[in-house]
Design a protein around this ligand. Sequence first.
Ligand code: NAD
Length: 505
Amino acid sequence: MREFESNLEAANKYLKRFSSNITGHYINGEVTVPAGCRTFENTTPNDQSPLGEIVEGSVEDVDTACMAAKHAFEEWRELAGPARRKLLHHFADLIEARAEEIALVESMDCGQPIRFMKQAAIRGAANFRFFADKAAEARNGLALHQDEHTNYTIRSPIGPVGIITPWNTPFMLSTWKIAPALAAGCTVVHKPAELSPLSAMLLAEISQEAGLPAGVWNTVNGFGEVAGKALSEHPAVKAIALVGETATGSHIMRQGADTLKRIHFELGGKNPVIVFDDADFERALDAVVFMIYSLNGQRCTSSSRLIIQNSLADKFITALQERVKALRVGHSLDPETEVGPLIHTGHFNKVMSYMDAAREGGATVAVGGTRREDLGAGNFVSPTLFTNADNSMRIAREEIFGPVLTAIGFDTEQEALAIANDTPYGLSGYIWTSDVGRALRIANQVEAGMLWVNSENNRNLPSPFGGTKMSGIGRDGGDYSFDFYMETKNVCIAHDTHRVPVLGR
Ligand code: NAD
């Protein structure tokens, strides 16, 4: 209790500046609140109380930010790799120095439990350090030899880029997208999610403290339909990296068509976790619970479909029910809380609508299914488990994005695979078995960008991260990130030995 109170007190101290001033944009090295601008209210999902007013970015604001990024690009692209490396490491130091503030502000803004948000700054700083270390070699290419020519490739930053991020883990995801862009030599216009804008402003501030030249980092607040749309249509912006819903990816593809935007999409998922009867029972149970109920189930890689071998189902589901019932739901700043409030009432209502959809479809609401009225006005859902489901039901097909798990039984390996792949999505998958051959067979055949065998989601920054099917286009991580933010040029040099074709002599 004492830690909860001290978290609240510290959070209120950090949040005061947001409640007593309008949160503006950060454009060309300055915080701006354009004259006559519209604003919208930002609230905490813990109890719906206001956290402050946020500027609603207009098409003109986006244009100003994009032009600032365009001008700054000329200088930033020329900064030598080692100098960029040093600056980005300094950026990481500053993130670490403000770790407590970032965690508390983020937790209040988006409702993610503080036990997970404590990692947000650490992960964010790690993202900066990882890509900083690659800055010096980012332009390196290949040498490709032919008998009478030598080809070599060089890479150069593509230009100003737009980065559009969601509300589920805003700080971590923003750093993950922006750090490689800066390391590559691109300048950035960031459009954070309207439902969780605060940590983006902390990042913008840090960019200034770190000494990034004006215009290298710009943040425009506001709504997707206006500010996000204007950013994805802007001719100065060469690429858009989006983390968000699948439908938003389609919008951006259309919006960016006239200016031929390069796109990188990390979108929704309906990820399977397949548990065979030879799995390590306790480890599989821990991971199944963690991968859907952590981060309030608002996690792109959450395993929202439990595909469980019928021979193990009774025992596994009985144990699972006990664990789900025991999950501690509460205020996001309470260190005991395992499941916090959902981001917004609109999203809360969407998640709750699946409780009816489950019953209508013929599934059983084995645990949860209700609002936690006892926790007040916040968007608190009881962690929910649906059983007796099949893969044709809406609860098995649509991304719910909440602490809600749908369990589906299977008998054979082929059946498990068919269920796993019977989805429009293809982000991630998890396999639990002690049979190595089976793990390999299934890992090869599950249609997803990322598979984990006998593990929860374990992130390794050099490894590719991204989805297939309706879950995304492109990969993050390691050199994959640089591929997206850079153009590759091929230079072909003759050895002066080949015969040049002759015409008109
Ligand atoms: P969202 O698509 O509603 O919003 C994401 C961002 O896009 C926001 O900043 C929003 O303002 C902006 N946006 C909305 N419409 C736009 C438009 N027409 N043009 C330009 N920008 C627009 O997503 P959300 O609800 O904030 O986040 C949840 C979704 O994100 C889930 O589907 C989740 O699976 C997905 N997600 C995916 C990953 C991944 O790595 N694959 C990671 C986290 C979240």
